[in-house]
Write a protein that binds this ligand. Structure first.
Ligand code: M6R
Length: 367
């Protein structure tokens, strides 16, 4: 059932060209220039008149939510807040019937997310679900929703569900932006054409980085700490990269917005500190180049995720992982793939139980 892979996690990482494609199928109609999403369209007035959108989730799904915030604010210009479900439910949040609450959950069974949704529903908000498991509790309680079509995710560490969540959030942002006029037709058309090309780019990344990342992983089997840095859309991707490593390899890792480094974490950098930095061409590249300079001045070990043909970061980095260029808003989907592989191989070389890490459950049905 692992399809020849040693672990479900590796199988699921490799399924991403298909799972992202499946999540877009029937929704993204590039030739017609249309995004079809019944869940959104049937309630378009609720979205259009929303004061704001509140995204609630936990763990990896919360990271997807952060990227959702960037997407929806950039393309649909609707204010978005992203909250940990566990915080939201206990802090007497201000919610009105003008709010739209989006819950993101792979399992659809996460207790805190479920409780937060019930609260939002009581207060009259319109609640929308992005779940992977069909007919799950969250899918059932929501007013409407869109399933991610990632297929069953068995590995406790979420991989293909995350990139499928990003795909749905992208479709929602573009659909709302197109509808409310914040996303012009020409830009919409070029973005959806690019989105359509993402499964192929993931496939290329898997083919070109797999062996390389495996080799890089060998050098970090004994690391005790990691920093993950990114800016803009790739800041949540850095958080997610760090979470993957923590969960399955038990190495302490922190994700940070790259510019926050000098407000604290830079104190940790010495020749023993590995720093994964996501540095694609589009999206504050020059700023990232300066961050890499600051790290190298302190002898940190830089593992950089860059675009094909990059020169500036390459000159300074200790390890370089190349990914194809894409629009900034899609780069977390592509950049996450080698970070998943890196966490996976470090964990495998440490002899860890990758699919069932200690202390973790696939769905957290208790608070
Ligand atoms: O099923 P959910 O998406 O609601 O789960 C949320 C988190 O428990 C989950 O993402 C967790 O952080 C994963 N183990 C991440 O790999």
């Amino acid at each position: 059932e692992k399809g020849g892979y040693e672990h479900f996690m590796l199988k699921e990482i490799f399924e991403q060209p298909k799972s992202v494609h499946d999540t877009m199928r029937g929704r993204l109609l590039v030739d017609e220039g249309v995004i079809k999403m019944a869940g959104i369209w049937d309630h378009i007035e609720r979205f259009k008149n929303a004061n704001r959108i509140i995204i609630i989730a936990c763990g990896t799904s919360w990271h997807a939510g952060l990227i959702g915030e960037y997407l929806i604010e950039e393309y649909a210009r609707i204010p978005v807040e992203v909250e940990y479900a566990s915080e939201f439910r206990y802090r007497n949040p201000i919610i009105t019937d003008k709010d739209v609450v989006i819950a993101i959950s792979q399992s659809g069974e996460t207790a805190d997310t479920m409780a937060a949704l019930k609260l939002a529903k009581e207060k009259g908000a319109f609640i929308y679900g992005i779940c992977n498991v069909v007919d799950s509790s969250i899918a059932r309680i929501t007013d409407a929703g869109s399933y991610t079509h990632a297929g069953p995710e068995i590995g406790v560490a979420s991989t293909k569900a995350f990139t499928a969540q990003l795909t749905i959030l992208t479709l929602i942002a573009f659909k709302l932006g197109k509808h409310n006029g914040n996303l012009g037709n020409a830009e919409f058309m070029s973005l959806i054409a690019e989105l359509d090309a993402i499964p192929k780019k993931i496939e290329d990344v898997l083919a070109t980085t797999h062996d390389l990342v495996q080799n890089i992983a060998k050098d970090f089997v004994h690391a005790t700490n990691f920093l993950y840095l990114g800016r803009g859309y790739n800041y949540p991707a850095a958080l997610e990269g760090a979470l993957k490593l923590k969960e399955i390899s038990y190495i302490h890792a922190e994700g940070y917005p790259a510019a926050e480094m000098k407000h604290g974490p830079i104190a940790l950098i010495d020749e023993n500190m590995p720093i994964v930095i996501i540095a694609p061409k589009k999206g504050h590249y020059d700023k990232i180049v300066s961050n890499v300079q600051e790290i190298k001045a302190r002898k940190g070990k830089v593992i950089a995720v860059v675009n094909n043909g990059d020169t500036q970061v390459r000159e300074m980095a200790d390890y370089v992982i190349e990914i194809p260029e894409t629009a900034e808003c899609f780069s977390p989907i592509v950049a996450s793939v080698p970070l998943q592989l890196l966490a996976y191989y470090i964990a495998v070389y440490r002899g860890a139980n990758v699919d069932q890490p200690r202390n973790l459950a696939k769905s957290v049905t208790v608070e």
